[in-house]
Design a binder for this molecule. Sequence first.
Ligand code: HEC
Length: 169
Amino acid sequence: MKLPLSSLVVLAIILGFFAIVGYGAATADEVRNTFTDIGCTGCHNGQTAIAYDDLVNKVRAWGSEYGTIDEAVKEEVTYFGGQKFNSFDELMQTMAGNVGKTIDDPEIVQIKQFLQDQFAQGKQSPPPTNQEPATSSESEGGTNSTPFYAAVALGVLVAVVLAALFARR
Ligand code: HEC
């Protein structure tokens, strides 16, 4: 089967499109690396403040308890000397400041987005009671990366069909 150039162009466009669509969703492991790299673990080490896995589980648990993540933060988070936050954004602003970043830095945006997704997912499926870290379970990674791979697979399928149609002419 001879592939005309036009079908390769179509393939590239389709793959590119789906790659961009899938790009937005960071996986739990990517976020964990960011969290460590930018220094959140300086406090979130299980001593000064709760560690990453516990933090993610906590935010998921909030999802099944509270209507919005802002309410959860208002009620649940007490910072060092007893400081309270009015919203998730306000909390994240302080956390970003803790590592010399602002709320607009891409790393902070990524973590924020991920935690908000966890909150939303917590609404659908409350965390397991056995305290297994949400981030290391099979389904967790799957939930986050599945749309991306599904999109890529679909893109390849469409491209192959188109390529075959072009090639028959
Ligand atoms: C200076 C120490 C410190 C640093 C650095 C820090 N945090 Fe925190 N963080 C805390 C404390 C203290 C709390 C209050 C609750 C607790 O003890 O877990 C908290 C709470 C949170 C919460 C609310 C959930 C909870 O456990 O109450 C999130 C989400 C959070 N931090 C994210 C981050 C992120 C993301 C970073 C890195 C950008 C970061 N933190 C860096 C000290 C820190």
